[in-house]
Design a protein around this ligand. Structure first.
Ligand code: NAD
Length: 441
C-alpha cells in the first residue's frame, strides 16, 4: 500500500491490525501465516496438563506480560519515506530480566514474535540461566536494504522500544538477519541516552564487549545435543549422514562442528537452493565458497538440490536451521532421517511431531537444541556487568557443562515419565517458571 503525503511517498510495509490468525495446522510452504503462537501454546498446554499445573499459574504463564508495536519511519536511499513496524514482546520475567533476539524478516508479525517470546521463557529456564523470555522483530526485507537503511532502521527501533529495555529489564540479542553489527548499533543508540551500557545487548562484536564463542554458540549447543542424543540412542555419530536446512549462523556452525565430530554432512541449503553430495561435503571449501558467493548454490563439490527435497532426503539426522513450520503434515511422512534436530524455532508443526513420533523418529526440541545462544548471551551479560573478559576455553567448557546437564535432565524426565523429549523439556522448564511464580505471588 502506498500513500502520497506532500512530496514524499509513504509506503506502509505491513499493518499489524490486519495480521491474519489462521488455525495452527494451516500450512503455507514458506511458513507464512502459520500460526506459530498456537503451535507453542498447544505444546505448552500438553505439558501443563501432564504436570497438572494449577489453573491460575497456567493462565499467568500463557499470557505475555507486555507487547509493544512501534512505527519506524526510515528515509530510504532513494529519498522516499518508508514506514516499518517493529515489535517487542516480553513474555515472562519471573526468573530474571527479559531476554530474546531481534529478527528482521518480511514475515515477522506480532503473532510470530509472541510465540518466539514464550519459547525464550522456556529455553532460559531449561538451561537454568536467570532470564525471562522476550522476542522482537521488524517486518522488513533486509536483503533489499542498504547498510545505511539498516542502520537507520535499527536505531529507529532502539529509540522506540528504549523505555522497555534495560540491563536488568530487557536485553536483546541477534536472531534471523540480525548480527553483531546490528547489536553494536543498538548499544550505540541506547548509549546516547543512558551512557556506555554494553550489557544492554548481547551478541556484540568482541571489540565492543562481545563474548568469545557467542557467534558459534547456538551451533555448538546444537552439536552438543545431537552428539549426546546419538550416545543415548546407541548411534555412532561418525557413521551418521546429516542434512541441514539453512546455512546462516546456526546452520553453518552446526555443520562445521558436526563435521569435526566425524559426522558426514551430505546436504545443505539456503534461501537460494540446496546442494547434495552423498559422499559428504567438504566443509572448509564450502565455508570459503559461501564467504565469496553468499550462497551454497554453485558449490563445485556437489549436485544441486531443490530446497524442499532436502527435508526428505536419505540421511540419518535432519537439522532444520532456518524457518519455522517447514516439517508439516504434508511432508512429515516422507522424512527419512531417524533424528530431527530443531535448530530453528518451531520447524516441526504439532501435527508433524505426532506423525514422526508414530513412525519412531526422535525429535530433539528447539527449546533445548538451540539454547546454546542464550546460554553464551548470559555469559556475555555477566562479563559486561563484571567488566571482565573470559577466554574461549572458559566459555566453551561452561557451555558444554550446561548443555549436557540440560540434556541429561530432559532425557531422564522423558524416560522416567514416558514423555516425548519435547514435552519432557517443557515439563522441566515449566516447573522452574511455575515455582518462581508461586514464590513471588
Ligand atoms: P541467519 O539469518 O544467520 O540464517 C538463516 C539461514 O536460513 C540463511 O542461510 C538463509 O538463506 C536460510 N533460509 C532462509 N529462508 C530459507 C528457506 N526458505 N529455505 C532454506 N533456507 C532458508 O539466521 P540464524 O541466526 O542462523 O537463525 C536460524 C534459525 O535459528 C532461526 O529460526 C532462529 O530463530 C534460530 N535461532 C537462532 C539463534 C542465534 O543465536 N542466531 C539462537 C536460537 C535460535
Amino acid at each position: 500500500m502506498t500513500k502520497t503525503r506532500g512530496k514524499s511517498k509513504v509506503k506502509i510495509v505491513s499493518n499489524p491490525a490486519q495480521a491474519k490468525h489462521p488455525p495452527a495446522h494451516d500450512f503455507k510452504p514458506s511458513g507464512k501465516h502459520l500460526n506459530f503462537n498456537r503451535i507453542t501454546d498447544e505444546q505448552f498446554l500438553i505439558a501443563a496438563e501432564e504436570m497438572k499445573l494449577e489453573d491460575d499459574i497456567r493462565m499467568l504463564l500463557r499470557t505475555p506480560y507486555r507487547e509493544l508495536i512501534v512505527q519506524i519511519p526510515v528515509r530510504m536511499d532513494d529519498g522516499h519515506l518508508e514506514l516499518f513496524h517493529g515489535y517487542r514482546v516480553q513474555h515472562n520475567g519471573v526468573r530474571g530480566p527479559y531476554k530474546g533476539g531481534l529478527r528482521f524478516h518480511p514475515e515477522v508479525d506480532l503473532n510470530e514474535v509472541r510465540s518466539l517470546a514464550a519459547l525464550m521463557t522456556w529455553k532460559t529456564a531449561l538451561v537454568d540461566v536467570p532470564f525471562g523470555g522476550a522476542k522482537g522483530g521488524v517486518t522488513c526485507d533486509p536483503s533489499n536494504m542498504s547498510r545505511k537503511e539498516l542502520q537507520a532502521l535499527t536505531r529507529g527501533l532502539t529509540s522506540k522500544i528504549d523505555m522497555a529495555l534495560g540491563v536488568y529489564r530487557d536485553i536483546p540479542a541477534p536472531d534471523m538477519n540480525t548480527n553483531a553489527q546490528v547489536m553494536a548499533w543498538i548499544m550505540d543508540e541506547y548509549g546516547k541516552k543512558h551512557g556506555y551500557t554494553p550489557a544492554i545487548v548481547t551478541g556484540k562484536p568482541i571489540n565492543l564487549g562481545g563474548s568469545e564463542g557467542r557467534e558459534e554458540a547456538t551451533g555448538r549447543g546444537t552439536m552438543i545435543i545431537t552428539r549426546e542424543a546419538c550416545k543415548a540412542f546407541g548411534i555412532d555419530i561418525k557413521q551418521t549422514r546429516v542434512a541441514i536446512q539453512g546455512f546462516g549462523n546456526v546452520g553453518s556452525w552446526t555443520a562445521r562442528l558436526l563435521d569435526e565430530q566425524g559426522a558426514k554432512i551430505v546436504a545443505v541449503s539456503d534461501v537460494h537452493g540446496g546442494i547434495h553430495n552423498p559422499a559428504g561435503l567438504d566443509m572448509k571449501k564450502l565455508v570459503a565458497h559461501v564467504k565469496t558467493e553468499k550462497t551454497v548454490v554453485g558449490f563445485a563439490g556437489a549436485k544441486s538440490l531443490p530446497n524442499d527435497e532436502l527435508l526428505t532426503i536419505d540421511c540419518d539426522i535432519l537439522i532444520p536451521a532456518a524457518l519455522g513450520g517447514v516439517v508439516h503434515r504434508n511432508n512429515a511422512d516422507d522424512v527419512q532421517a531417524k533424528i530431527i534436530v530443531e535448530a530453528a524455532n518451531s520447524p516441526v508443526t504439532p501435527r508433524a511431531d505426532e506423525m514422526l513420533r508414530k513412525r519412531g523418529k526422535h525429535v530433539l526440541p528447539d527449546i533445548l537444541v538451540n539454547a546454546g545462544g542464550v546460554t553464551v548471551s548470559y555469559f556475555e551479560w555477566v562479563q559486561n556487568l563484571q567488566q571482565f573478559h573470559w577466554d574461549l576455553l572458559t566459555v566453551n567448557s561452561e557451555l558444554e557443562r550446561r548443555m549436557v546437564k540440560a540434556w541429561k535432565r530432559v532425557y531422564q524426565t522423558a524416560t522416567e515419565r514416558n514423555l516425548t523429549l519435547r514435552i519432557a523439556a517443557y515439563a522441566v522448564a515449566l516447573e522452574k517458571v511455575a515455582e518462581a511464580t508461586r514464590q513471588r505471588f
